[in-house]
Ligand binder design. Structure first.
Ligand code: ADP
Ligand code: MG
Length: 183
C-alpha cells in the first residue's frame, strides 16, 4: 500500500516542474508563522531530487543569525549538524549533500522542516521508505513542519505505529493545521 503510493507520487514529483513562484509562496507562508520568528534552532534539509527548494530559507535564517541545522545520516539515524557555510557540504547518503560539523542534541531544536513524497491532511507523511525522519522525530518535541506541492497532499495515507505525524504542512496555497484535521 505505502509502496504503491510512494512510487506513484515520487514519479509525479519527478515530473513536476519546480517554479520559483511556488517556492516563494511556500516560503512566505512559512515565514508568517510566529513560531518561526521565535525559533533559535531550526533543522532544515538540503533539497534533493525534486523536493521543495529550501535554499532561500537556509540563506535567510543564516543571515538572521539563527542556528541552522542540516541532517547527516549516520547508520540508521539522522544527526543534526550546525550549518554555517556551503563549503561544509559533501555528498553523503543517497547522494544527498550533508554538512561536516558539530552535532546538536535533538532536544535543543525548536523547528524541524521535513521533506516528503506524499502527505495527508492529518499530518501523515510518506518518505523514501527508510523511516529516517520517523526515528529522528520521535526524539524531539520540536514543531514539525512538512513542505509540499499541492499535488503531494493525498486523501488518506496508511499510517503505522512508528509514523510520527507532522504538526503543519505548508503548500503554495495553504497552511494545514493537522491537529484540526485529526479532531
Ligand atoms: P518512510 O517514513 O520513510 O516513508 P516507513 O514509515 O515505511 O518509511 O518506515 C520504514 C521502516 O523504518 C519501517 O518499516 C520501520 O521498520 C523503520 N522505522 C521507522 N521508525 C522507526 C522507529 N522509531 N524505530 C525503529 N524502526 C523504525
Ligand atoms: Mg514513515
Amino acid at each position: 500500500m505505502k509502496k504503491q503510493i510512494r512510487e506513484s507520487l515520487l514519479q509525479k514529483r519527478e515530473l513536476h516542474t519546480k517554479t520559483e513562484e511556488d517556492t516563494n509562496k511556500i516560503i512566505e507562508k512559512l515565514l508568517s508563522l510566529p513560531e518561526i520568528k521565535k525559533a533559535k534552532y531550526i533543522l532544515l534539509y538540503y533539497p534533493h531530487r525534486n523536493e521543495v527548494n529550501t535554499l532561500p530559507l537556509i540563506k535567510k535564517f543564516l543571515k538572521e543569525g539563527k542556528n541552522v541545522l542540516l541532517p547527516k545520516v549516520q547508520g540508521n539515524n539522522i544527526i543534526p549538524i550546525i550549518f554555517k557555510d556551503f563549503s561544509q557540504l559533501k555528498e553523503g547518503y543517497a547522494g544527498i549533500k550533508e554538512p561536516e560539523g558539530k552535532p546538536v542534541s535533538p532536544e535543543k531544536i525548536d523547528i524541524v522542516i521535513v521533506p516528503g513524497v506524499a502527505f495527508d491532511r492529518k499530518g501523515h507523511r510518506l518518505g523514501y521508505g527508510k523511516g529516517y525522519y520517523d526515528r529522528f522525530l520521535s526524539k524531539t518535541d520540536a514543531l514539525k513542519i512538512g513542505l509540499a506541492y499541492d499535488f503531494q497532499i493525498v486523501e488518506n495515507l496508511p499510517a503505522e505505529e512508528h509514523d510520527v505525524p507532522l504538526d503543519l504542512i505548508i503548500t503554495p496555497t495553504q497552511i494545514i493545521q493537522t491537529k484540526e484535521e485529526r479532531k
